[in-house]
Design a protein around this ligand. Structure first.
Ligand SMILES: Cc1ncc(COP(=O)(O)O)c(C=O)c1O
Length: 380
């Protein structure tokens, strides 16, 4: 039986969540701590005090400064990293860079993110999906992906580091190693990775990595990082071409006209907040709390084998009985929110309904207990 961890003193006060609900879904869009909200607002105030000055004096250097902090945090070379609004944008940049089209093939897995599948399909390339199942081991995953790659037609492999619907850590570094002899580039979708895992992005050995800082690294929303291996940097083709074009990567990707760049500038305050709590302490707390949550919910539903995430992740799954489509998943999620006052993620994955729990420092064991108590009745 897993034991719930002691709460981190004072941590809950750092957030402005509605106390009337149990917010058990930090993963989907993140929750921004109050000090980060304040830092972000101060930057917006600075913009409005003199917008021209903000945009024309020193913005470039301030963005580069923020980028250096964020890249260092995830173990990436700041000169090979560009700030982007989110993972979706970073992935679009990679797909455009590769100039994919009809006749090309992209290898993905059945644990991939839905909108990334749409983005690949929109290039005209064929998507070869490797089925991994819910409980595949690392050896099986690496072998399955390698077997699907055919250097004459595969132009790209996309693998999630932490999968969204299935809350699973995939062996990205081993996949990168297995692909090296093929020459086929690897894009690691690390949307959930910055902050939730001890990351050394450069050591993964991928050609491209994209991650969000606004999920587990406490940055304001619209803060993503695209990391590019040295051999690709001069070949990057920005999705939006603007004044940064003559500078080359990363400025050519970061400068996309008159945008709100304040989230990026406030993002280092997110790292400061995380560090002041203790990065490793937060990870250990979250992994232990979500394990407790998975156990109580699993016990309440009589699930005998709960999927293991493959590492100390802050998200875990409870596979629900029966099958359902996306509409059924959304309906159930909304009923859980309205009737149990618990915010969770529910997805339809290969026809199965998967409930995903997350844990963050603002959560308490009683919140998972409440979900566990109400869920069997609601599902009946
Ligand atoms: C695996 C994965 N990829 C991509 C995304 C898209 O992220 P964003 O909406 O921030 O672009 C998500 C979002 O949760 C995700 O989980």
């Amino acid at each position: 039986m897993s034991v719930a961890p002691e709460p981190l003193p004072g941590a809950r006060l750092l957030f402005s969540l509605d106390p009337g609900q149990a917010y058990l879904n930090h993963g989907t869009v993140g929750v921004t701590p109050v000090p980060v909200q304040r830092a972000h607002q101060r930057l917006r105030d600075e913009v409005e005090a003199n917008p021209q000055r903000f945009f024309t004096r020193g913005l470039h250097d301030r963005v580069a400064h923020a980028r250096r902090h964020l890249a260092a945090f995830v173990g990436a070379d700041p000169d090979g990293s560009a700030l982007v609004p989110n993972t979706t944008f970073g992935i679009a940049t990679v797909l455009r860079t590769l100039g994919l089209g009809t006749g090309d093939e992209v290898v993905t897995t059945d644990h991939g993110y839905g909108s990334v599948d749409y983005a690949v399909d929109a290039t005209g390339a064929h998507r070869r999906v490797v089925p991994l199942g819910l409980t595949a081991g690392d050896d099986e995953i690496v072998a399955g992906i390698r077997a699907a790659v055919e250097p004459s037609r595969t132009r790209l492999v996309i693998v999630d580091l932490i999968t969204s619907s299935t809350a699973r850590l995939l062996p990205a570094a081993r996949i990168a190693q297995a692909l090296r002899e093929t020459g086929v580039p690897l894009l690691v979708d690390g949307a959930h990775a910055p902050g939730s895992l001890a990351l050394d992005v450069d050591a993964l050995g991928a050609d491209f990595f994209v991650g969000n800082l606004h999920k587990w690294a406490f940055a304001p929303r619209s803060t993503g990082l695209l990391v590019v291996a040295p051999g690709w940097r001069t070949r990057i083709r920005p999705v939006v071409v603007s004044w940064g074009q003559p500078d080359g990567f990363p400025g050519s990707v970061e400068e996309a006209g008159t945008l709100d760049y304040t989230a990026w500038l406030a993002a280092p305050t997110g790292l400061f907040t995380l560090r002041s709590l203790g990065v490793e302490r937060v990870r250990v707390h979250n992994a232990a709390l979500v394990r407790y949550g998975q156990q109580v919910v699993g016990d309440a539903l009589g699930i005998s084998e709960l999927p293991d995430p493959g590492g100390p992740l802050p998200m875990r799954l409870a596979p629900l009985p029966g099958f359902g489509d996306v509409a059924a998943a959304v309906h159930l999620r909304e009923r859980i929110a309205d009737e149990l006052r618990c915010v969770v993620a529910v997805s339809s994955w290969n026809g199965r309904l998967l409930l995903r729990l997350a844990a963050q420092v603002y959560n308490r064991p009683e919140e998972y207990d409440r979900l566990a108590e109400g869920l069997p009745h609601l599902l009946r």
